[in-house]
Design a protein around this ligand. Structure first.
Ligand SMILES: [Ca+2]
Length: 509
């Protein structure tokens, strides 16, 4: 039996070690930069096997970082951003689409920058937000101190209701929203987002508090508009159409900007204690898939591996993340929140602990071979017609563990033997199927009460970005624009909504 003295000593030791841990977390808290281009697939990088594209800076970064080779994102844009911002599946934040108010991240969600703020970080977003354009959903209300974004899910987008960008925008000289005011810019979208991020980082780098820069260019989402200098050298390559050439040019331009960012970190002497995460895409492959698909089945908008796999690179020299290494653990975007919470020593409230369902990757960042208990990940493309959630349980859905994936409740693939998902082995593994089905049933039931955006009312008849734009500059939307923004239009899910709605909705990102 312990004496009171040894008990007090033990207590002291534990208090002191807890203090030491938090002191060391505070001392070593790195700056964090997360770069994530749009609609770029695993196969769209030279060092990951693409025979045509030029991505020298990501390729060099691969040699300096740890690459997660089995990292998953969601099948489309807003869902991935929502999971990344919250540490949980997007449906649990109410995000089941990319438009029609179903891209709005529930206001009850605690966000990544809010969590980081609790341990002294300042945060900036540069590029695409796509989790709601109405004022309460905007990034300045969700933890970001610096905001430099376009609206909607892409530059120039207009959809019924709230989701849309400033009127008449294109990738060249876009009007962007900077801390509550529109600015008319000169330049190419991706160059502008990185330039503003660098300007902001430059202003933060000597401050005592660390920063989080979330750099999310709209490239290489369509429309594929990019100056010819970026893509003319792809013309005439095998299988490269004019459209694909432009797409490749947009990715190359992101790569060039990423290289510039890395060079600046080095020049400023902050590369060592900055965690740089390069997340190669926010969903599966798109326009580049016909050139190289990395052996994966299908692409964006599906729940095959080609719809949800992304390349995730982590570099933090002071944190001793191994360089030029790979980790094959089954991992996902929803792991980033708990990873960054642990890494920065943030204390999560019981409510936030309950919100977060991802796992900290910290043990793997220290040692990519660390034990990693198997898990299941759910992929679901959402996008069901309005009011049809209950009918969509098995539509474009998959649940996977590290070996098997069960797609649409009827196809089972052995990812170890068949990473390209060519042979359905559902008849051979009844026990595995039963386990995955049971896990999926529970998950689907858990999700239902959290689908808060399925039947929203009070939808604006003018995109909030357009309204703010005209308030600042004068003028008003054209009749054609008003028609496109009308929430009672067929696409908006109004009374006459029909087949056209679904067909058109698929073109939204
Ligand atoms: Ca996307």
């Amino acid at each position: 039996m312990k004496t009171p003295v040894t008990l007090i000593a033990a207590l002291l030791v534990s208090v002191l070690s807890a203090l030491a841990l938090s002191a060391s977390a505070a001392a070593s808290r790195p700056n964090i930069i997360l770069v994530m281009p749009d609609d770029v697939g695993v196969g769209d990088y030279a060092s990951l096997g693409n025979p045509v594209i030029r991505t020298p800076y990501v390729d060099a970064f691969k040699k300096e970082s740890l690459l997660f080779t089995r990292f998953h994102v969601s099948p489309t844009c807003s869902p991935t951003r929502s999971a990344l911002m919250s540490g949980r599946h997007e449906f649990k934040n109410g995000v089941t689409h990319t438009i029609l108010e179903r891209e709005r991240m529930a206001l009850s969600t605690t966000t990544l920058p809010q969590m980081l703020k609790s341990v002294g970080y300042t945060s900036g977003i540069f590029g695409k937000w796509h989790l709601g354009d109405e004022a309460p959903y905007q990034p300045d209300q969700r933890g970001f101190d610096e905001v430099y974004i376009h609206g909607g899910g892409g530059i120039g987008q207009v959809f019924p209701g709230s989701c849309g960008d400033a009127p008449g925008n294109t990738n060249i000289n876009p009007t962007l929203f900077h801390n509550g005011t529109f600015v008319k810019t000169t330049g190419y979208c991706t160059d502008l987002f990185f330039a503003q991020a660098l300007k902001w980082i430059d202003a933060q780098r000597t401050a005592p508090r660390p920063f989080f820069a979330y750099i999310t260019p709209n490239a290489a989402h369509g429309p594929h508009v990019v100056p010819e200098a970026y893509y003319r050298h792809y013309r005439g390559k095998p299988g490269v159409t004019e459209e694909i050439a432009k797409f490749l040019g947009m990715v190359e331009n992101v790569d060039t900007n990423f290289g510039l960012l890395l060079a600046k970190l080095k020049e400023w002497g902050i590369a060592d204690n900055t965690l740089v995460i390069y997340l190669g895409g926010d969903n599966g492959g798109t326009a580049g898939r016909s050139i190289f698909s990395a052996g994966l089945k299908a692409g964006k908008g599906t729940t095959y591996q080609g719809g949800t796999r992304a390349a995730a690179f982590f570099r933090w020299p002071a944190g001793r993340i191994p360089a030029g290494a790979e980790c094959a653990a089954l991992s996902a975007h929803l792991d980033l929140f708990p990873t960054l919470a642990e890494l920065t020593g943030a204390t999560l409230s019981p409510v936030v602990k309950q919100q977060v369902e991802g796992r900290s990757l910290l043990p793997l960042l220290k040692n990519p071979q660390s034990p990693w208990v198997d898990r299941t990940l759910v992929h679901h493309a959402g996008r069901w017609p309005k009011g049809k959630a209950a009918d969509s349980k098995h539509a474009k859905a998959a649940i996977q563990n590290s070996r098997f994936t069960l797609v649409n409740n009827e196809e089972l693939y052995d990812l170890q033997a068949d990473p390209g998902e060519n042979t359905n082995v559902i008849a051979q593994h009844p026990e595995e199927v039963a386990k995955l089905r049971a896990a999926y049933d529970t998950w689907w039931s858990d999700v239902q009460p959290l689908l808060v955006n399925e039947n929203v009312t009070g939808v604006p008849s003018i995109n909030p970005f357009q309204e703010l734009y005209y308030k600042q500059f004068g003028g008003s939307p054209t009749a054609a624009a008003l028609k496109r923004m009308d929430p009672n239009s067929p696409l908006g899910g109004g009374a006459n909504a029909g087949a056209r709605k679904n067909r058109k909705a698929k073109t939204a990102n």
